[in-house]
Design a binder for this molecule. Sequence first.
Ligand code: UDP
Length: 483
Amino acid sequence: GKGKATGHFVLIPLMAQGHMIPMVDIARLLAARGVLTSLITTPLNAARFTRSVEEAQASGLPIRLVELPFPCREAGLPEGCESLDTLPSKELIINFFKATAMLRPTVDEYLSNLEIPASCIISDMGLPWTGSTAKKLGIPRLIFHGTCCFSLLCVLMVRKSEVYESVATDHEPFAVPGIPHRIEVTRVQLPSNFAMKSSMKGLSDEILESEAAASGVVVNSFNDLERGYTELYEDAIGKKVWTIGPTFQSNKSVPHSRKREQDLGDEDLCLGWLDERAPRSVVYVSFGSLARFSFEQLVGIGLGLEASNYPFIWVIRAANVTAQMEEWLTGGFEERTKGRSLIIRGWAPQVLILSHPSIGGFMTHCGWNSTLEGINAGIPMITWPMFADQFLNEKLVVEMAQVGVGVGVKSPSVWQDEKPGASVTKEEVQSAVERLMDQGEEGEARRNRARDLRERAKSAMEKGGSSYTNLTLLIEEMTNYSS
Ligand code: UDP
């Protein structure tokens, strides 16, 4: 009954930055409500978060990181490759998921021997075996989807209908059936687990099966952003959907709650540089932790930014900083854009940057975390989707919320380093930046809508707000279940 207010939540994130970051934030949110929260991951993934978890522990929160060895060698992965963002090639994705499934006996044993038994498991949709674990141990499992209800429902509606097979080609647009807005997509713009012929079919079937058996779904989003899609998705799957985001507002001061190990290096540099710039003048350009670009495409981005004449921070992830790229940057580009460009090689303190008043626009790949971070900062966005749910997230940003400008991408490009060339031209980059940063009526209206959404995001997380209340209800329901 109600007397048992505490409980023990066990969180098992998928090992990839975009899935770990929100789960660690959820863990902190739960712990801040007095719920004992254990995060299960592997040593190298844990190392990315030990600092923030230790900070939370120091302030008295009942949160812990549990490290289990990752079977790299057994699964045919290079030693030390414990996260999707460190995979050297896409052929190894299947090995990576194999390795995650090999964690199961260790996880089962750990969960069977807990001194405080788990009241529920919240685990990533990409770890379907955690559903079998939960079932075996008689614990409810909630699924964490690293995306929004809108994209989840679109995928579900297409899957349920005949429309996917009815179009003649992968590039022919069709309207997503059964939803209240007219949203057109093509086959290639849908998440790749649609490609039923692929080597991932086994995994994708398992994911669907384990979704059907789950007790509910946790989504890092808020209802005002979803425009009715939370309830529609809930109805469609016939189970409870808890929107509890944006989760990274968990601490009072947004910037510091997001300090992570990876952030620390460039933090002072970025903020100091931004302090010198005019309010809302800077474009922040980043494509998340997984996207790969060809050299030609990177050059196209650089030249477009240069031609736009706005100051910019451009994050180029380590995998994209090849010797050729480095030579191009230092052999003229940085010199020509001196005083208005800051190039971050590797990992940027993204949430800190986005919350700085000098930022006026965000060029993003529409990864769900980045999208939500842009919305939470009240910044209009240039959308450049690349894979997975990103084309659908783009629709939410550009067509529904109308806080973005599309750069004009039509098909996926995640491992673009394998095929040289550029899908987006310098001119397209330049014109998207100019449209977004424009001081005219259209730009102002977009900025106002973005600011309005920011306020709604904040309200959702405040006491009495929709996400705050959903978390309360989630905790109540899960702790009652086990007693
Ligand atoms: N991120 C960051 N610095 C970087 C790149 C990414 O802090 O240089 C964070 C970003 O703030 C977001 C996450 O990593 O929280 C990326 O998740 P997203 O869903 O946007 O994209 P993915 O990396 O999964 O494609």
